[in-house]
Ligand binder design. Structure first.
Ligand code: ATR
Length: 291
């Protein structure tokens, strides 16, 4: 259970800030590993811990975040939409998506941001700096919360057209309703035709994750210079990425998105913009492999 009152050795003061990830369940979150790595690397006082909070307890927990001892934190499944409703102010991306994954205080007010989109784009930029070249159309698999963020991010980078393909086509159509006619909605059976000639494919579904069914698609129709990105990172090298690699396509795994989305929050809570390094990546990979 998260502490209810700040302990004397953890004052609100920036000198030893305490942040947390709020989720349900959350005990397997790797966010503490990431933030503690940076705290140690930069020699900063403070800590980052897991706060497992049920949906019924979430509103009061977030409303009293500072009284609970925290300068801010991350919000994860299933609380991102509720958080957007509760915070005093939203950044542009969180407002556009109606989902918050990072909170902090500004002049006493709780502010909510969505850094998942930043994380996705920063990871693509870092892994394939020229990924935008010739990408006039992207194919996005899935139409859940993650897909919404990624569609928003791709549109913000000027991708003209985004084909959203989902098992439940109505959800893809709802996304089109929200984002307008640069988005097109399709059912799974149209996938081969949608992949034909595409230069960017992003899997936002849980397919391919350990414990889920594999994502079994044929990547042959993609353009020869396509980039294939998966938000799944356990396993790191999903069947989708393996197939793309075997075809000579450039691949971007999901771990980088997790690492990059953590950057803006760390800076808000602990006062220094951290770097996503190979060292940090190796630390998380070792943890995934040990699990
Ligand atoms: P997230 O917030 O991570 O996007 P989500 O909102 O639960 O999670 O969305 C999960 C996505 O994975 C959805 O697009 C879902 O398809 P449906 O909308 O049809 O449910 C997709 N998904 C999950 N399991 C799937 C499966 N077995 N086959 C096809 N798509 C699947």
């Amino acid at each position: 259970m998260p502490r209810q009152t700040p302990s004397p050795e953890r004052p609100y003061h920036h000198a030893a800030s305490l942040a947390c990830v709020i989720g349900w369940p959350a005990k397997h979150s790797r966010s503490p590993l990431i933030h503690r790595y940076w705290l140690e690397r930069y020699g900063l006082p403070g800590d980052y811990e897991i706060a497992e909070v049920s949906p019924e307890d979430f509103d009061p927990f977030l409303l009293n975040l500072r009284e609970n001892g925290y300068v801010g934190g991350n919000v994860t499944v299933p609380h991102k939409v509720a958080a957007a409703r509760i915070v005093r102010d939203l950044d542009e991306t969180a407002a556009a998506l109606g989902a918050v994954n990072t909170v902090w205080y500004e002049n006493g007010d709780l502010i909510g941001a969505n850094t998942d989109v930043y994380g996705f784009l920063a990871n693509l930029d870092a892994a394939v700096p020229d990924w935008q070249a010739g990408v006039d159309r992207a194919v996005v698999l899935g139409a859940g919360g993650a897909a919404r963020g990624i569609v928003h991010g791709l549109m913000s980078r000027g991708v003209d057209r985004i084909d959203v393909i989902n098992r439940t086509v109505e959800k893809a159509e709802a996304l089109r309703g929200d984002f307008g006619n640069r988005v097109a909605a399709f059912s799974m059976d149209t996938l081969p035709a949608r992949l034909a000639g595409a230069r960017l494919l992003v899997n936002t579904t849980s397919l391919g994750m350990v414990g889920a069914s594999p994502l079994d698609i044929d990547l042959t129709p993609l353009a020869d210079d396509a980039v294939v990105s998966d938000i799944v990172y356990v396993p790191l090298r999903t069947a989708l990425l393996k197939q793309a690699g075997d075809r000579g396509l450039r691949t971007v795994d999901g771990l980088g998105m997790l690492l990059h989305q953590a950057v803006p929050g760390f800076e808000k809570w602990f006062g220094r913009r951290p770097e996503v390094t190979d060292d940090l990546r190796a630390l998380i990979i070792a943890d995934i492999e040990a699990a």
